[in-house]
Design a protein around this ligand. Structure first.
Ligand SMILES: Cc1ncc(COP(=O)(O)O)c(C=O)c1O
Length: 405
């Protein structure tokens, strides 16, 4: 069980009059993470991997400890964790590093965030890869038979989101992983919306790459991670090379280091890496299962609360067991941005509105080019906040009825 009142005391942003329901965009950051980063700046501010003096050695140790913690979070080896800026950079690294050639087949889906979509459109334009986009229905179900057919006919890579950032629906990544393994396809999972909210095991999924961001999991901005299966690292070309990533350099040659260092050129975001490690510790101390159960509870309450209102249209499956705490909806006759503004002015509720960086899904599947309102939950949200949200939506929808009657 998660003690939500104790959790809330860790988050300085939380105070009376604020209801933060935008964690799918970016999460709040707790004191232990802030303190850990500040400690670096105050106590051992030095570069990593270079100096032999005490502060530099301590910085390197804390930096590498964060790598170990993230490895524990997703059941990988520390050497399989590469630090990057965010999920977008992680997936760019895979797209550009694989050395895709004309005719190589990449399978992705219509549900993807732009960060896992336009990278493949670019490879299509640049290299003429054979890009296949798997469809989905409005409840969020991917066309799995179609995906299986495409993989069986020969795919180099499948790139799919674990949880849709619009619909909150969890995709069957283990099943997809099995199909990929049986057919020799690589699998990249966009874990931006799953790693912060549930227990992830890269071995069980059977993926080759997993991308996620620190700022969505109670960590700082500017840091994320890419899991790269150990035996694939040597075949992947880094996005960026330079100091820290080399084994040897001569006048007319260079050789790159092995392991994650190959991909981490230049001075990294040291405080942020230490911060993402602290965030992963924080989440694991609370328990990923407890976080998932807490969010499921709140999601059920929201879905039951707003579903009853005929003027509110909720997108994606209404089965709370199939989704995490992301709820996209529209109020009949209202622009999503106006609903978001009304939520804040009426009750201090902060939500996202717009296309949520998923225009193909919005246009082709949900047919809502103007977007939706999205409320998203995390470990610090409470039942009372959810009730306030449901009541406020009901009042907003009632007033919209009045103005359009
Ligand atoms: C599913 C998904 N993928 C990728 C991203 C991109 O993450 P970042 O902005 O941290 O690179 C997001 C961000 O919202 C997301 O929800």
């Amino acid at each position: 069980m998660l003690n939500v009142q104790a959790v809330r005391r860790d988050f300085p942003f939380i105070r009376p009059g604020r209801v933060y329901l935008d964690s799918a965009s970016t999460s709040l950051t707790p004191e232990p993470v802030l303190a850990k980063m500040l400690e670096y700046y105050r106590e051992y501010r030095a570069n990593v991997g270079r100096g032999v003096y005490t502060s530099s050695r301590r910085a390197t140790e804390e930096f590498e400890a964060a790598r170990k913690t993230l490895a524990r979070l997703i059941n990988a080896k520390p050497g399989e964790i590469v630090f990057v800026r965010n999920t977008s950079e992680a997936m760019n690294l895979v797209a550009s590093g694989l050395g895709l050639r004309s005719g190589d087949k990449v399978v992705t889906t219509i549900q993807e965030h732009h960060s896992n979509y336009i990278i493949w459109l670019r490879e299509k334009a640049r290299k003429r890869i054979d890009l296949r986009v798997i469809g989905a229905d409005a409840s969020g179900d991917l066309n799995l038979p179609d995906m299986q057919r495409e993989i069986e006919k020969g795919a180099k890579l499948v790139s799919v989101t674990h949880v849709s950032n619009v619909l909150g629906v969890k995709n069957p990544v283990e099943e997809i992983g099995k199909i990929c393994r049986e057919n020799g396809a690589l699998l990249l999972i966009d874990g931006a919306q799953s790693v912060p909210h549930m227990r992830i095991d890269v071995k069980r999924i059977g993926c080759d790459f997993l991308a996620f961001s620190g700022h969505k999991m109670c960590g700082p901005t500017g840091v994320g991670a890419l899991y790269i299966r150990e035996d694939l690292q040597g075949d992947l070309e880094p996005l960026c090379i330079g100091g820290g990533s080399i084994e040897d350099v001569g006048v007319d040659y260079y050789t790159l280091r092995g392991g994650p260092y190959r991909f981490e050129a230049g001075t990294p975001a040291i405080a942020e890496v230490i911060g993402i490690g602290a965030a992963a510790e924080y989440l694991m101390d609370i328990g990923m299962e407890n976080i998932e159960a807490h969010e499921a509870d709140l999601t059920r309450e929201i879905l039951e609360g707003i579903q009853g209102d005929r003027r509110v249209k909720v997108y994606g499956s209404l089965d709370s067991g199939r989704r995490n705490g992301i709820i996209s909806f529209n109020v009949d006759g209202m622009d999503p941005h106006d609903v978001a503004i009304a939520l804040e002015s009426a009750a201090g509720i902060m939500v996202r509105s717009g296309h949520h960086c998923a225009l193909p899904l919005m246009k082709e599947v949900l047919k809502i080019g103007s977007g939706s309102v999205r409320a998203s939950l995390y470990l610090y949200n409470t039942k009372s906040e959810v009730r306030t949200f449901v009541e406020t939506i009901s009042k907003i929808s009632e007033s919209a009825k009045g103005s359009t009657a």
